[in-house]
Write a protein that binds this ligand. Structure first.
Ligand SMILES: [Zn+2]
Length: 453
């Protein structure tokens, strides 16, 4: 076991320098969607790994993709693979920020800036934790392999291909994922998987330009075509009605149901926060909690056609479009969903509706009883004196599939920086300064437990 006293003293002594380094990370606007600051950030990160003493390499990706920064350090009987990303979401809308999005601000115990929660804070805290370990404890008790990609916020478009080409190099006994933190009640939460996602735009085309709506008796309206097509995807009971879709939904196991039903769920707090009196179909809290994990979804995220401004305009629109996200549970995949959707629409005479895929990630589930999970529970007790809440998977999505499922390595999203008011992807993104340093304590303790024979 490590000496937490000397480790903690090191964190105190280097508190300000660690935050200056964080400020340097936040200062680079590495927005993958706009290809800004990407190489600069990859270079700064590479330099930071070098300073740590790690062997580090940048892997360029095709089509001008953001390079993967890969680092290795330490040795021992076990190998921990750590996943983080160095890209961030765009900072817009800028005028809602209380300080510059790319200047790390310290206010009311918070650290504020784009990417500080998602996920430059935890990326750097883990590096600084390893520095602190080596400075106070000596040799690392295990080998660490770091995969830091720069395209997480644009659906990790090249990660699966890259992992396929580097299978051997990436072998490990466990993967420490980004994310993890606190729920509304201050419990420590961790997750061993995530749902997948497929994102599509549907387009319907009518006449070659907008027409006077008096022509409606003889001209097909793409807005009606689109809503008729959409209405075949779900019924009013909110069940997905795409042909063959539900045959690919793997039922929960008894064990999973038991785990999910035992999870705390703040149903009333949630309803109050979003201003609703009841859940969908007036379901009870237990069903709501179970469905969050169990159910694949289709969400109409946006609908667009015709005239949307003030007052009336009698127009028959030329085009209509919808944005849809599908959250996927095993064994649904983005390819399969696209194929089922196409066949379903064609079979109903909607072959004129164009489907454009904007992104996709497969769902990932991992075992919950691995050495990594045990180490994380022990580290949580060391750091907070709390047993963590272990979600079997998150209702959200991420690129866990290539690393965890394809390489068959247990994965766990765990750490200290995520909290319910973190405002990730939004203005005034923040973490608590205390949590930033707790993340280092948690990481060091995890290394100690996971590295133990
Ligand atoms: Zn994100």
């Amino acid at each position: 076991m490590h000496n937490s006293k000397t480790f903690n003293r090191f964190l105190d002594e280097h508190h300000e320098r660690f935050l200056r380094e964080l400020a340097d990370f936040i200062a680079i606007p590495s927005v993958a969607a706009q290809k800004r600051g990407i190489q600069e950030m990859a270079d700064l990160l590479t330099e930071r790994f070098r300073k740590l003493g790690a062997a580090v390499h940048q892997y360029p990706l095709p089509d001008g993709g953001s390079p993967v920064v890969y680092a290795e350090i330490g040795s021992g009987p076990r190998t921990l693979l750590i996943y983080n990303h160095y890209d961030v979401q765009p900072e817009e809308p800028r005028d809602l920020w209380h300080s510059g999005p790319f200047e790390l601000a310290r206010r009311d115990g918070k650290l504020i800036g784009r990417g500080v929660a998602d996920n430059k804070g935890t990326l750097l805290a883990r590096i600084q934790a390893v520095e602190g370990w080596m400075a106070t404890q000596g040799e690392l008790p295990l080998k660490i392999k770091w995969v830091v990609e720069g395209e997480e916020e644009i659906s990790s478009v090249h990660l699966e291909e890259w992992v396929k080409a580097h299978r051997e190099m990436l072998s490990a006994d466990g993967i420490l994922w980004e994310g993890g933190g606190y729920d509304e009640a201050g419990r420590i939460v961790m997750a061993a998987g995530c749902k997948g996602i497929a994102y599509f735009e549907l387009h319907a085309q009518g006449p070659n330009h907008d027409l006077h709506s008096s022509l409606a008796p003889i001209v097909p309206n793409p807005a009606w075509r689109l809503v008729w097509a959409l209405s075949t995807l779900k019924n009013p009971q909110d069940e997905i009605t795409i042909d063959g879709y539900n045959d690919h939904v793997r039922p929960l196991t008894e064990e999973e149901i038991r785990l999910i039903d035992a999870l705390p769920f703040e149903a009333e707090v949630f309803k109050a926060n979003v201003g609703l009196d009841e859940f969908l179909n007036n379901m009870d809290a237990r069903s709501a909690n179970r469905r969050l994990f169990e159910i694949p979804t289709i969400t109409i995220c946006g609908l667009d056609s015709g005239y949307q401004d003030e007052g009336s305009k009698t127009v028959l629109p030329a085009r209509a479009s919808a944005k849809l996200d599908f959250r996927l549970v095993p064994d649904l995949t983005p390819d399969l969903v696209e194929e089922l959707l196409r066949n379903h629409l064609d079979a109903r005479g909607f072959s004129d509706i164009e489907i454009v895929r904007l992104g996709g990630e497969k769902p990932a589930k991992s075992r919950l009883d691995s050495k990594l999970h045990q180490a994380a529970i022990a580290a949580s007790q060391d750091t907070w004196n709390k047993i963590p809440i272990m979600y079997p998977w998150f209702a959200g999505s991420g690129p866990m599939y290539p690393l965890s499922v394809m390489l068959n390595i247990p994965v766990l999203s765990a750490g200290a920086t995520w909290h319910p008011q973190a405002r990730a992807h939004a203005p005034n993104e923040n973490i608590l300064e205390r949590d930033y340093f707790d993340d280092m304590r948690f990481t060091a303790s995890l290394l100690a437990h996971f590295g133990q024979e």
